[in-house]
Design a protein. Structure first.
Length: 182
């Protein structure tokens, strides 16, 4: 049996779960998320815990067992606390400006790059530190995907370390050209 799937999901205070027509709908203070349950997986609420069970031991059903539990855990955490990714922009002349759901980036290209955030995602610049971009929202997958798309525009390069990286990400630096010895 799935080790992850066996663990119950604790419902945070103020979070409710509704199961209707094969959909799990989690509602909390920050919003509502829903997920269509795969065939063979059942979700029940017992008090302040969610239990995920499977109907059979087929390989596909076993694979979905832990997945559904992990997704429900992320949904509960998202509607109660939310998720956040922090990106650090390093480089001379590299700048970001957030206004509403638009993000304007100057990354050394001949043109500025403008991105529009998906619905439910908020973008802001950190007031205390320069060039720190904060991407937050309730859906873990959407937050992570948008942060990865922003990082992909100018990945950190190994020689000078310039580019967009996650805060705390370690970039392995390479030595440049060595002077030829004669």
């Amino acid at each position: 049996m799935s080790r992850i799937g066996r663990k119950p999901v604790a419902l945070a205070a103020g979070v409710t779960l509704q199961i209707q027509d094969g959909r799990a709908v989690v509602t909390g203070a920050k919003g509502t998320l829903s997920y269509t349950l795969p065939l063979g997986i059942e979700v029940e609420q017992e008090g302040s815990e969610i239990k995920v069970t499977r109907q059979n031991d087929e390989q596909q059903t076993r694979a979905f067992h832990g997945l559904v539990r992990a997704l429900l855990q992320s949904m509960v955490q998202g509607v109660s606390k939310g998720f956040e990714k922090r990106l650090e922009i390093i480089g001379v002349g590299y700048r970001a400006q957030a206004s509403g759901s638009k993000l304007n980036l100057s990354l050394g290209f001949s043109h500025p790059v403008e991105l529009t955030a998906p619905q439910g995602i908020t973008i802001k610049m950190d007031e205390t530190e320069k060039n720190i971009l904060i991407i937050s929202g309730i859906d873990k997958q959407v937050v992570g995907e948008f942060a990865a798309n922003v990082r992909k525009l100018r990945k950190p390069e190994p020689y000078k370390g310039k580019g967009i990286r996650y805060v705390g990400e370690r970039v392995v630096r390479k030595a440049g050209k060595a002077a030829a010895a004669k």
